[in-house]
Design a protein around this ligand. Sequence first.
Ligand code: 5AD
Ligand code: SF4
Length: 468
Amino acid sequence: MSLQVHITTFGCQMNKLDSELVANELISQGFELCRDNGQADVVIFNTCSVRQHAENRVLTCLGRLGRQKASHPGLITVLIGCMAQRQGTELIERFADLDIVCGPGELHRLSGLINKARDGAGRQLALTDRLRARRTVPTELEDMDTRHRLSQITSSAQAYVRATRGCDNFCSYCIVPSVRGPEISRPPASILAEVENLVAAGCIEITLLGQTVNGYRYCADGPETDFAELLRMVSAISGLKRLRFVTSYPRGFSDDVFYAMAEAPVICEYLHLPAQSGSDRILSAMKRSYTSAEYLDLIERGRTIVPNLSIAGDFIVGFPGETEEDFQDTVRLVKAVRYKNCFVFKYSPRPGTVAARRLTDDVPAEVKRRRNNELLAVQEEISLDLHREFIGQKVEILVEGPSKASYKERPEHRNQLTGRTRGDNIVVFDAPGQVEQLTGTLVDVIIRDASALTLFGELPSTLPNARQ
Ligand code: 5AD
Ligand code: SF4
């Protein structure tokens, strides 16, 4: 029997993509993916360092490795992702049952490291030296992306495709530039070839990824390709039905990107545009290089050029020095933008960042919690209002699969499917007898009810226009 590998993924879409690429490599070497971590011969944790909470969850998993090894002799344990690059040396010393630590810039070496460890060559550590000085990507690492095929990890209708690696922004709170390295844009030809392969394999929705994806800029010998141009090229690929991109950075966001969105029907009217704060004083301390007025101006231009633009945001509450007045500026910004949804995070000092070095984490945990809840409550009201406007409308959704939460809570809902609109709204609807058939397809659904998080719809009484 083939060796079984299990991957647990923490963190953002970039990590989900890396897990998928690692799975592909291991499958091509004869491994099989397994769903049950207890059955695996190799367990991999793909980790996130963006907040302490994310790291704590991984530390708990690492603490259990000894017991896992005792019940499965020969088990190989692997740590990849941002925590590997940030603390690899320390972690391999601290956790005697951890066999391999491999940073995100060394993933092309991972299958070799697993083979070495299995051959008894001992514990393996692969981190990128002088990561910030790296100006090119090793060919073998780039090849992992270009060889991207759909694996069992994600649905076959949707895939992430990397546009850029790393980040050069150095927001004062953020660990990403030091664990993911400098921003490097992939050659457009590689991106196009990858999308073409995925679409040929049946994928209908592609999400282009980058820490600041709109910063995409590629120039080798020929003319420069910017992000708007990349969007136009990818959207022209025949068979692709939906194109998205995350995450955008508010400075240097060209109107041409909005024009590309308005012109190409496959580009979804969706923008993930973190503001982080509504206070100019805090934005400056965060080194975000825009003001709340500039941010609002960008949103207005976007909404003028792209009708029905659906916008998601990220906010950090309790950044050092954040007063009640600063926080109220954030509340005002959230109300002014009317986001589709917001992700709200409590500030977590990351060792090595400018904020952790120079600023005191002086907002008490209790105040952070209250601001977090207050901002979420403000957003919830907006989300509900926006969702209610959908009632009675017909929307196109990409069906992702059975609605798991409702199935667990209420077995009578086992015929329920979940999917997303072009604007990234979650829709749940009943589809008795059609669960398999509709998964991974685009269907029209009529919205009948709405909560802040979810739209509830039904298939039109005529046959659904399931299209592949
Ligand atoms: N503390 C809290 N939240 C953070 N984020 C990034 N760094 C931190 C931090 N140190 C949030 C930002 C970012 C999202 C991915 O995580 O809002 O957009
Ligand atoms: Fe993603 Fe950032 Fe977390 Fe790394 S630290 S997994 S890049 S969110």
